[in-house]
Design a protein around this ligand. Structure first.
Ligand code: DC
Length: 233
């Protein structure tokens, strides 16, 4: 049983471009919790691998990625302007560089490497040790925090998700096509669900949130009702 004053762990898993991070960030702000975007950690390792010769023409050299791991230091620092933490690799802020289509196309392959997952899962568990965190990813409720007090599995129509990511990237000035984005969304869904280690799946005790036709406000109402119910149980 938890009371209003007990901090909990909120695990949010689901498909790519479902708005997990936006949602997780809003919940964390409402509760005064720490928000951790674990996808950013897999993206940061992928960016480093791209910049250090471990990925050629989209082909990931797994051994080379594993060799690089010992020189990668990932840290987060709160950025008040974004209301969330920025991710740093070896002291360099990479927040703006990890969401390109190039990184998106390689990140599923990098995140399928066992040693990469071991390193990042260990870091994530350490970050959640004191609770009071909202963590989003693919394996948070199943592997990272199987005992999380609240587990949410997010999903939305792939076409809606592709449109959202397209709007996000074109607003930043990226020159991408909607077809290319939709293909990437579908490919990543497949790869994330079918990898050998920690595939994306719904934890048995997770509650499903399909936000294809929901605003962020509606999602907040939905989740706050569940958090309150949990605290009164
Ligand atoms: O949430 P995102 O799209 O930024 O995540 C990028 C990739 O990282 C995604 O394709 C799968 C991988 N990932 C993972 O394997 N496990 C996590 N906990 C988070 C992300």
């Amino acid at each position: 049983m938890s009371t209003k004053h007990d901090k909990i762990i909120i695990a949010i898993d689901g498909f790519s471009s479902c708005g997990k991070s936006t949602f997780a960030k809003a919940i964390a702000a409402r509760l005064g919790y720490i928000f951790i975007d674990t996808g950013a950690m897999y993206r940061a390792v992928t960016l480093y691998a791209l910049e250090h010769g471990a990925i050629h023409s989209g082909i990931v050299d797994e051994d080379a990625v594993v060799r690089l791991l010992k020189e990668i230091q990932i840290t987060f620092r709160f950025n008040p302007e974004r209301g969330a933490s920025d991710i740093y690799v070896n002291g360099d802020r990479v927040e703006g560089k990890i969401r390109t289509i190039e990184v998106s196309n390689c990140v599923s392959a990098v995140s399928a490497i066992g040693e990469v997952r071991e390193m990042l899962v260990r870091m994530q568990q350490e970050m959640g040790r004191r609770k009071g965190v909202v963590m989003d990813g693919r394996d948070i409720g199943t592997v990272v925090f199987p005992d999380a007090e609240l587990k949410i599995f997010m999903t939305a129509d792939p076409k809606v998700r592709a449109q959202r990511r397209y709007d996000e990237l074109t607003a930043k000035g990226d020159n991408v096509s909607l077809e290319e984005i939709e293909q990437n969304v579908r490919d990543r869904d497949y790869q994330d669900m079918h990898r050998a280690i920690s595939p994306l799946r719904q934890a048995e005790d997770a509650i499903v949130l399909d936000n294809s036709h929901m605003t962020v406000e509606e999602q907040m109402t939905w989740v706050m009702e569940r958090i309150e119910a949990l605290q009164q149980a």
